[in-house]
Design a protein around this ligand. Sequence first.
Ligand code: PMT
Length: 407
Amino acid sequence: MTNLSGKSVLLIIGGGIAAYKSLELIRLLRGKGCAVNAIMTRAAEEFVTPLSVACLTGRKVHNALFNLTDEIEMGHIELSRSADLLVVAPATADLLAKMATGQADDLASTALLATDKAVVVAPAMNVRMWTHAATQRNVETLRRDAIQIVGPNEGEMACGEFGPGRMAEPIEIAAAIEAALTPAVLPLSGKKVLITAGPTREPIDPVRFISNHSSGKQGYALAEAAVAMGAETVLVSGPVNLPLPPGAQVMPVESAEQMLKACEGELPCDIAIFAAAVADWRVANAAAEKIKKDNGRIPALAMVENPDILKTIAQRKDKRPAIVVGFAAETERVAEHAREKLARKGCDMIIANDVSATTGVFGGDNNKVHVITPLGAEIWPEMSKRDVARKLMEKLAHELAIRQAKS
Ligand code: PMT
């Protein structure tokens, strides 16, 4: 089995002498279990015949944009969408220019514009055409558009000149296709990350509660970053008004006690990050029915302490996550209070932020954090909560890899 087996490639053959090498490319791809559909430009048919291409692909060759039969069997848009990857070999100067400027005036350029799949191009042309500023500008544009360029190689050219312009060998193009179709190993793939976010609500009666200003933005950004790094991500969320982060498993909760229960139910995990603003106290005698006004008598609310979720998880004897991270919301002496929380709660890292009203951290899009561990502290400049999340997840992935390598 190779990474190509079971895959499907749409090969666009441009008009150049190197077109004969695309026949060998088809043979190589099919030998690795990869299906090939081919589009030939009109110029390509001057160099190789559609019959040769059809014999090697084992499929009909597509060459016309407005072909009634083709459109009924498989529309030109579907042709590029149904492939796992598009490859242009040989990619002529003309095809590169069309791709760079988004032109769609034939089947090949239309398929290239209509795709959202990875595209690999193997340029082949005269050396002066390749080195011309216009071609180089186009290639630069394509690189910026995340198009992968293989070659061209240097050597003697069919026109007798010497230099870069020869199409990469089919074996090199097949290797580039295979690499493009091999999923990248993400730093947290195979790892489980648990994140809490948002406020908790502690009921006074069925219609009233105690809560705080947390919007959930920092915790949701962490969940997004964990998903992007390949982690199985569980987000235990208090009530917030944010879109759910795609790819994360979201567990909605209301109170601190529910949050603790949900977190414990998600153990074991590799990393746990507690970004929720959990109410420290709840009403001991929350009323079952709405509390009525009573001739000016103010109801007495007895308070009891909520369980400390971070501390409970960080100090577990069994199923303690390899890395436990707390946040600290402070309004003065930020680093000092955060260091004290790190020691008292027994976590591995505290991310301290100043939530004084003037900073706008509660509910805002930016954050300025102190990253505190038993070994020292870093102060990160103010940045978006998304950037804090990305930077923190990268740091934690690195730390996890070191810890797991040592154990
Ligand atoms: O939600 P946003 O608007 O984006 O704002 C982000 C934020 C300010 C809420 C976030 O960055 C943050 O600081 N979260 C922690 C808020 C908080 O409760 O801080 P604390 O210092 O009171 O608690 C310290 C740590 O203990 C926190 O990790 C907290 O989740 C945890 N804790 C606290 C009390 C409790 N009963 N259980 C806990 O687990």
